[in-house]
Design a protein around this ligand. Structure first.
Ligand code: ATP
Ligand code: MG
Length: 567
């Protein structure tokens, strides 16, 4: 490809909305262009990367025996009503009506569609197990679209769904997808960690996420170096440190003027935050009620665990307003469980504490020496967010913490959708039984940006060669110079003939300008034809290491051929 014929739209400065390196670089390199919040267009160089990533995913899915199909993004409401998700999914679901007032959504995921297809197409157990996948555009009206392709409102996903006769079959299908995802992310060059995950909106009872490790990741992971336990913080549990119960002291009301936060209380009363418990009031819009939630003073509530305990939805859960707190006879900053007018959800750790401090539900007062069982009761369950230093639930050693970008997730759905939607097969006894399902997603566009996040430097992107938009660029210092032009053209033709993806920068521009462009875009190799072109000597630059050396054009060509030989 001649650079003069390409749509190169590199930018000196990143647009203001871009906050993280990978987003800045995708925009500056002209791989994608922003339209409105959370909506991006892929430009020619971006499409080449996208297609390469998609091809790797397809190769591995095909190898695992999954069959590719392609479904519409338009999904009729009826299917979502059948599965029970039309109401449950929340405002992220983009809904609309057609001219006949018929309701639709733009698919955020495709469980309903695949289940509907399979219940209509498959009747005999001979067709099972079956695994179908697609690479297709998804829509989610995210509350906060941000970080470019990381969290957009329209994005590309690979989603797959497996249908088995029984649980044992699902276990095998799930393991095959787990292994396939491991191969895909390894081939893509991502540094990633596989973690136990919550099942969220999708449902079912077993799940793993694939996390690209990165400080800018929105997900928190805890893991154990000793036994390899690793989990998303949303899912993570720990082992409680066994502390013997103290002798229960008499309940006491203490004045705490204007002391609302745990920090203020601990300072004012001179106690450790571990001797306090905080009570938060949540509004559960799904079940239309207010609830009180308690965790130890130095802890945070894990809202996903709370959603599960309430059988609610994270889109329908919010912290109550001061007014709502007043409506149940309490005061912001002084809320407590004793005499609570609403259900109290108590973290297991709190139920085991002795003589702790809580709000008194009275302005400017707290209660001292509170004990679960004696002074209040509630629904005791695991509600806290696990953090570094907590004990591994498997081996009891301290957990560590890091951040990750969720690039993929796999779920055991079991019969959640097949039962609700009557997706059945006839077994040997002639009985109709629901198929046992799994579903498996990869965020294709998010994966691309995660690669950039892990592979870049100050000058730009450093694509792993497998997914680079082109393998090599030839830059003549002065294309008008005859020796330089001859050598550049000759290298270009030789590489083209060997199916190398090569660019010849024939633009009439300063060499420094050209170098900057290619470094920003991240082409893995650069061959510069300069003063020594008449001797067939070029400068060969490696993008990832910024290493450069003078070599003959033949050696340069051979180096590139060797690098792409095993792609
Ligand atoms: P998240 O927790 O980040 O919102 P999710 O768990 O809701 O994601 P899934 O339903 O598991 O997402 O979708 C499968 C994959 O699609 C995710 O692992 C992620 O890589 C990708 N994905 C999900 N939402 C988005 C989005 N808004 N923009 C880009 N990719 C996304
Ligand atoms: Mg997920």
């Amino acid at each position: 490809m001649k650079a003069s014929k390409m749509l190169i739209s590199t930018l000196k400065e990143a647009p203001q909305e871009a906050k993280i390196d990978s987003h800045i670089l995708l925009l500056r390199a002209g791989l994608v262009k922003n339209q409105v919040a959370g909506v991006y267009q892929f430009l020619p160089l971006g499409v080449r990367v996208l297609q390469k990533v998609e091809n790797i995913i397809k190769e591995e899915m095909d190898r695992a025996g999954s069959l590719e199909i392609l479904c519409s993004a338009l999904q009729p409401k009826e299917l979502w009503t059948e599965s029970g998700r039309w109401n449950k999914y929340g405002p992220e679901l983009m809904r609309f009506k057609d001219r006949h007032e018929r309701e639709f959504c733009l698919g955020p995921t495709h469980e309903e569609i695949f289940t509907d297809l399979v219940r209509n197409l498959v009747k005999s157990s001979k067709s099972l197990p079956l695994n179908l996948y697609q690479i297709q555009t998804k829509y989610r009206d995210e509350l906060r679209p941000r970080f470019g392709l990381m969290r957009s409102r329209e994005f590309i996903m690979k989603d797959a769904y497996s249908f088995d006769k029984d649980e044992a079959g699902l276990d095998q299908s799930y393991q095959l997808m787990y292994d396939t995802y491991t191969k895909i992310f390894t081939r893509l060059g991502l540094h990633f960690q596989t973690v136990l995950a919550d099942t969220g909106n999708i449902g079912g009872n077993g799940s793993h996420q694939f996390m690209a490790l990165s400080d800018i990741g929105e997900s928190e992971i805890v893991y154990c170096d000793d036994c390899k336990y690793a989990a998303d913080v949303e899912k993570a549990t720990d082992q409680l440190i066994a502390t013997p119960k103290e002798k229960e002291l008499p309940l006491e009301k203490v004045e705490t003027p204007h002391k609302r936060t745990i920090e203020e209380i601990t300072q004012f009363l001179g106690v450790d935050s571990k001797k306090t418990a905080k009570t938060l009031i949540y509004h559960d819009y799904m079940n239309q009620k207010l609830v009180a939630v308690m965790v130890r003073g130095d802890r945070e509530v894990n809202e996903i665990k709370l959603v599960n305990a309430l059988n609610s939805n994270e889109n329908y859960l919010e912290l109550a307003t001061d007014e709502e707190i007043r409506s149940i006879g309490s005061y912001h900053g002084f809320v407590g469980p004793v005499g609570s007018k609403v259900d109290v959800y108590v973290d297991v750790e709190v139920a085991q504490m002795s003589n702790f401090i809580v709000g008194a539900n009275e302005l400017n007062y707290h209660l001292k020496n509170v004990n679960y069982g004696r002074d209040f009761t509630g629904i005791v369950t695991d509600l806290k967010k696990v953090q570094a230093g907590d004990l591994c639930p498997v081996c009891g050693r301290p957990l560590k913490q890091e951040r990750g970008i969720e690039v993929g997730q796999i779920f055991k759905l079991q019969t959640k959708y097949s039962s609700a939607m009557n997706c059945v097969y006839t077994n040997e006894e002639g009985k109709n039984v629901p198929m046992v399902m799994g579903c498996y997603g990869i965020g294709v566009s998010r994966t691309i940006q995660s690669i950039v996040e892990q592979y870049h430097d100050d000058a730009g992107i450093c694509w792993p060669i497998l997914v680079a938009p082109y393998h090599v660029v030839i830059v003549p210092i002065h294309y008008a110079d005859e020796d330089q032009r001859n050598l550049a053209d000759q290298i270009y033709e030789t590489l083209n003939a060997q199916s190398v993806e090569v660019i010849l920068d024939d633009r009439d521009a300063k060499p420094g300008f050209k170098f900057k462009d290619w470094e920003l875009i991240g082409i893995p190799f650069m061959i510069v034809c300069g003063k020594r072109s008449a001797e067939n000597i070029v400068e060969f630059k490696v993008r990832s290491t910024l290493e450069k050396k003078e070599i003959t054009s033949d050696i340069a060509i051979q180096t590139v051929l060797d690098a792409i030989k095993n792609l």
